[in-house]
Unconditional design. Structure first.
Length: 353
């Protein structure tokens, strides 16, 4: 630097013993110093954290169910639990009690802007949601006895189509050409999938598609309860909506259990109820699974409350892909045409964008 020449700004900071503003940690990462105060960034970070939490609890529940219901697993060395739907019904009831306990302890405050449901709204929104949830679980379980796990998972990937249809009905989405293209892509992927299935079963296919429709219905209504519509406000926060839904879910799953699982015949002969000690262990195991399910559903509802049911379904895409990969590893026959799953997922991602 020549005499009389003023040092540039960056050199002046170095001469004064200060760090150059161009070399700060935030500027190096491409972030402004106030990046954490940005509402969009904080909302995105919160939603990603919620989705990752949901992944965690969902994975824990899947592992737990596999250990309890898998043909080569179970406890007491006597195979899987004999009545999965009964267990689901009991867990829904346990989730209701856990939600009440959390609310009573004051860990979660009641939503201030919620609107009390009239009996008409209860019959229109809560009852269909609970019934569709119970039937979705029951029909899905039965369809798995007729079709492969990979085919089942890819058929269930069409749930966003039904979700969009019901979203149009409830007025939380508006029809558009973009949505029409997304639906067309997903449906074309489904047609390719069915054509490529080596073990196609018509009854199993119809059952799993019915389950997909019910799944789309229940998640749409869940969003209506959590976010409200133009005609009425939301019914409460995630925990309050869970309190409203779980009694109907428990009752529906219980009725399905009584209709299909022959409890009066299977339970007395099961090792799970062979003695008081076995009954105690069985109860604790079911309660433990109910606690995991409670945390998972609570997180699911929070994701929907913060985003939308469609975003929640898109977030589940990665879980479904992992499920398909696992099914292939476990010797499910998937042909090359079954790669139409990629087409289905592209439709989902296009809608998300």
């Amino acid at each position: 630097m020549s005499d009389g020449q003023t040092p540039n700004i960056e050199m002046q900071h170095l001469l004064n013993g200060q760090q150059s503003p161009r070399l700060t940690r935030h500027s190096f990462l491409g972030l402004s110093p106030n990046w954490w105060q940005d509402k969009t960034f904080r909302a995105a970070a919160k939603n990603v954290g919620l989705i990752l939490t949901w992944y965690f609890f969902s994975t824990c529940l899947s592992i737990w169910l596999t250990q309890l219901l898998g043909k080569r697993h179970g406890i007491f060395g006597r195979g899987p639990f004999p009545a999965p739907l009964l267990m689901t019904s009991l867990q829904f009831a346990a989730q209701n009690l856990m939600a009440r306990l959390v609310m009573r302890c004051g860990l979660i405050r009641k939503a201030q802007d919620k609107e009390a449901l009239s009996w008409r709204q209860y019959a229109k929104e809560v009852v269909p949601n609970g019934v569709s949830t119970g039937l979705d679980i029951a029909i899905s379980n039965f369809s798995l006895s007729l079709i492969t796990l990979s085919f089942y998972t890819m058929c269930k990937s069409t749930t966003p189509v039904f979700l969009l249809i019901f979203a149009f009905i409830w007025g939380i989405e508006r029809p558009s050409w973009n949505l029409a293209v997304v639906v067309a892509i997903i449906c074309s992927g489904l047609i390719m999938l069915v054509a490529g299935e080596t073990q196609f079963n018509l009854i199993g296919f119809m059952l799993v598609m019915t389950a997909s429709m019910l799944s789309g219905l229940r998640w749409t209504i869940t969003q209506v309860l959590l976010q409200g519509t133009d005609s009425h406000g939301r019914s409460g926060g995630p925990l309050e909506v869970l309190l409203q839904l779980t009694p109907v879910m428990s009752l529906t799953a219980g009725i399905c259990s009584l209709a299909t699982e022959q409890l009066w015949y299977t339970l007395p002969k099961s090792a799970y109820f062979a003695s008081p000690s076995h009954m105690l262990v069985t109860s604790l195991v079911i309660l433990f699974g109910g606690a995991i399910a409670f945390l998972m559903v609570w997180t699911e509802f929070t994701v929907i409350a913060e985003t939308s049911a469609l975003t929640f379904m898109v977030a589940g895409t990665f879980k479904e892909i992992v499920t398909v990969m696992a099914a292939v590893l476990f010797l499910d026959l998937v042909t090359k045409k079954s790669h139409s799953l990629d087409v289905i997922e592209e439709g989902r991602l296009a809608r998300a964008k």
